[in-house]
Design a protein around this ligand. Structure first.
Ligand SMILES: NC(=O)c1ccc[n+]([C@@H]2O[C@H](COP(=O)([O-])OP(=O)(O)OC[C@H]3O[C@@H](n4cnc5c(N)ncnc54)[C@H](O)[C@@H]3O)[C@@H](O)[C@H]2O)c1
Length: 384
């Protein structure tokens, strides 16, 4: 569990004189590009290999990121054909990297991490950690066996606003936290790329994809109490139908034929300290705002809201709303956040420094996600 991690930004990359940390990227698609951009500010990292089943993605690894063609695996650039969907096996044998950074769809997180970590290769895996808690446990066991570090790609906990609220909670500003409400909602934002609508490859829809982010940083804010029960429901009513109305939205033309995930998920988690977390997640919610990613908390002494970092409490016999006068907005930037989370992992692997989101953190979040999905399927509250 990560209570306090450094989020210090080191500024522009300095030259690194020492043994490079050799990282292979597994899954070289959309989010891998954000990782590669972020790695540019981590000078000790050298990107040594790329693995993907899509030859076009490997071309980008070669042409944009300078990875030699002999270190690209999974597809043949010349024919454009997939050669293997487990090409990390061959890659590990030939390239022998220090670490792998896994950016594949959720259903392809567990297998490469287990294979590589067991063999003494450090692992970073994008969020959510996996498809279910059982997979997370296998991944944690593999990292233990290989004596390596395994981190999960949650970045919102590193945002200055989240860190400020965590500090306030530790200072007792909120007293006991009783209720946290998490919202990750889009009015109409079903991804029209990747496999985000396919349950068999993703494990679920908006809750496992975007809800997981706010849920994770809210959970970290709460101080990671033990989840004991889950209750919830999911609904699909737009994503799996051809949009005959042509409603204008940011990502039209999603693949409705293969869409098997929920449009809306509502859930509640009960913790062993009595606290309740409520989660609302949607790709297509009929609501006022276009998009909301936030959490709010109520404690015995005060409440708060993220990402505004506002605090609601009583002072001098008056109810007051306290807003930060200044926040380091540099720490909010997408690339900076990715650099922060990846630097945290690189440091933990190389120097043994405190890990941010560990495999155990990923497992706890996964138990909550799958608890809500399981409850929706069962039609009643279930024990975690
Ligand atoms: N942290 C964040 O904010 C954030 C944002 C977006 C996505 N993600 C996560 O990143 C992961 C990937 O999402 P994306 O948007 O990059 O998707 P994407 O579809 O753009 O990229 C995934 C890549 O994995 C490749 N792939 C699939 N199966 C493979 C296999 N067996 N071997 C090798 N490569 C394989 C695909 O060909 C594709 O290039 C997901 O888990 C997603 O939840 C995280």
């Amino acid at each position: 569990m990560a209570e306090s991690v450094s989020t210090k930004m080191d500024g522009p990359a300095k030259a690194f004189k020492g043994k490079k940390f050799r990282v292979a990227i597994i899954g070289c698609g959309g989010i891998a590009q954000a990782h590669l951009e972020a790695f540019k500010s981590i000078p000790e990292v050298e990107i040594v290999a790329g693995v993907d089943i899509d030859a076009n993605r490997l071309v980008v690894m070669r042409d944009k990121w300078g990875v030699p063609e002999e270190n690209l695996f999974g597809a043949d650039i010349k024919t454009g054909k997939t050669t293997s969907d487990t090409a990390w096996v061959e890659m590990l044998k030939k390239v022998k990297p220090d670490a792998v950074d896994v950016c594949t769809p959720n259903g392809v997180h567990c297998a490469p991490i287990v294979y590589c970590c067991e063999r003494g290769v450090h692992g970073f895996v994008e969020k959510p950690m996996a498809m279910n808690p059982g997979e997370c446990e296998k991944m944690i066991a593999a990292a233990k066996k290989g004596k390596v570090k395994l981190s999960v790609g949650f970045q919102h906990r590193y945002r200055p606003a989240c860190q400020a609220l965590i500090e306030a909670r530790r200072n007792g500003v909120f007293g006991d936290i009783m209720f946290v409400k998490v919202r990750a909602l889009r009015r109409r934002g079903i991804p029209n790329w990747g496999v985000f609508g396919r349950k068999e490859l993703q494990g679920g829809g908006p809750m496992i994809d975007i809800g997981v982010h706010m849920m994770e940083c809210a959970y970290e804010f709460m101080g990671c109490p033990k989840p004991i029960a889950a209750m919830g429901n999911t609904w699909t009513y737009i994503g799996n139908k051809k949009d005959k109305t042509n409603v204008r939205s940011m990502w039209p033309g999603w693949d409705w034929k293969t869409y098997t995930v929920e449009d809306l998920a509502i859930g509640q988690i009960r913790f062993d300290n009595g606290a309740i977390m409520q989660i609302e997640a949607s790709f297509a919610a009929h609501m006022k705002e276009n998009e909301v990613h936030e959490f709010s908390a109520m404690g015995t002494k005060g409440g708060c809201h993220f990402p505004s970092a506002e605090i609601y409490t009583d002072q001098n016999n008056t109810m007051v709303n306290i807003a930060p006068a200044w926040m380091d907005s540099r720490g909010e930037g997408w690339t900076v956040l990715f650099t922060t989370k990846l630097q945290n992992w690189v440091d933990a692997c190389r120097k043994g420094t405190k890990q941010g989101a560990s495999g155990e953190d990923g497992l706890n979040v996964q138990k909550m996600l799958n608890g809500i999905y399981d409850s929706a399927a069962a039609g009643h509250e279930i024990k975690i």
